[in-house]
Design a protein around this ligand. Sequence first.
Ligand SMILES: [Zn+2]
Ligand SMILES: [Zn+2]
Length: 340
Amino acid sequence: MNITDELPLGPITELANQTWQLILTHLPRDLTWPVLLLTGLLATGIWLARGGHGAKNAGGRERKTTLLQFLLPKDIYSHMSARVDVALYVFERFLRPLWVAPVLVLLAPATEQTVIATLDTLFEGSPRLISTTPWMVLYSLVTLLIYDAIFYFIHYCEHKIPALWAIHKVHHSAEVLTPLTRYREHFIEGPLYAAGAAMAYGLAGGIFGWLFVDGITQATLFNIGVFALLFGFNGSFRHYHVSFHYPRWLSKWLHSPVMHHVHHSYLPQHWDKNFAAVTSIWDRLFGTLYIPEKDETTPWGLGPETQGHYRTFLQNTLGPFRDWHAMAFGAGQAKKKAED
Ligand SMILES: [Zn+2]
Ligand SMILES: [Zn+2]
């Protein structure tokens, strides 16, 4: 037995261990070393293959750079928007424990059990299938498609309904893209997407739970769901300033990371495009798909007219409440004028 195992821990070591655990459990997956390493390796590969081209500057314009500037451009990481990303992320994580348990622990099983009960009534009992690997892959695929459809629907509504756009604007007020921009959202937006994810998992779990007699699990690779891996990677790289294009034929099926650069651009031709998270299927179906040209310029943010109101942490946090107040007050004024 190692003698150090028997030694009691001093209060400072105990506190340091607890703090370290707290930091680790709240570290976004995009900032863990495997994801950072994969991102760095892929970016280096793009830099090599394209002779220094392929990275965008703070204005969303492609330029030729050295490798260090390619991986960590100073104008992007020293930008105020990148600092506000961190502040919004920390604030959102701080509030997360208040809602995450009820949304995930209650909503997903409730949806799942409702689906099972409904199917059981409709079809008078389960077909009691036996699960095999192809079925597990299908379960993963169906979960991904349902998740992507619900993500598309919530995201589409956020862009089209002014009261919801007031919340989502905070994600779009990012003037530069960094891996943390993925988590840049107003604290009200988190529960919205978590509820969507819980319903997607519950729906897919309900369908497959009802079909199979022995219970079914999703197909995994290195203990991570195959499609969760794909989704996780896409989510992190699409908020990175490097243009990662897929061949055009593949972009018609899967969102390439650079397609999300378009979603963050304030140019009119890029508005309300590429809403989905992983696949291009739903955007294609509803006519919102936009596959950019190689290194197309995508200036990020809300545009010169609005950006000034969404620079600081406080402006972004109070933004939705200010907008809602203006909507209610504006509507009241218009109604009063009509009555006069
Ligand atoms: Zn959006
Ligand atoms: Zn985004």
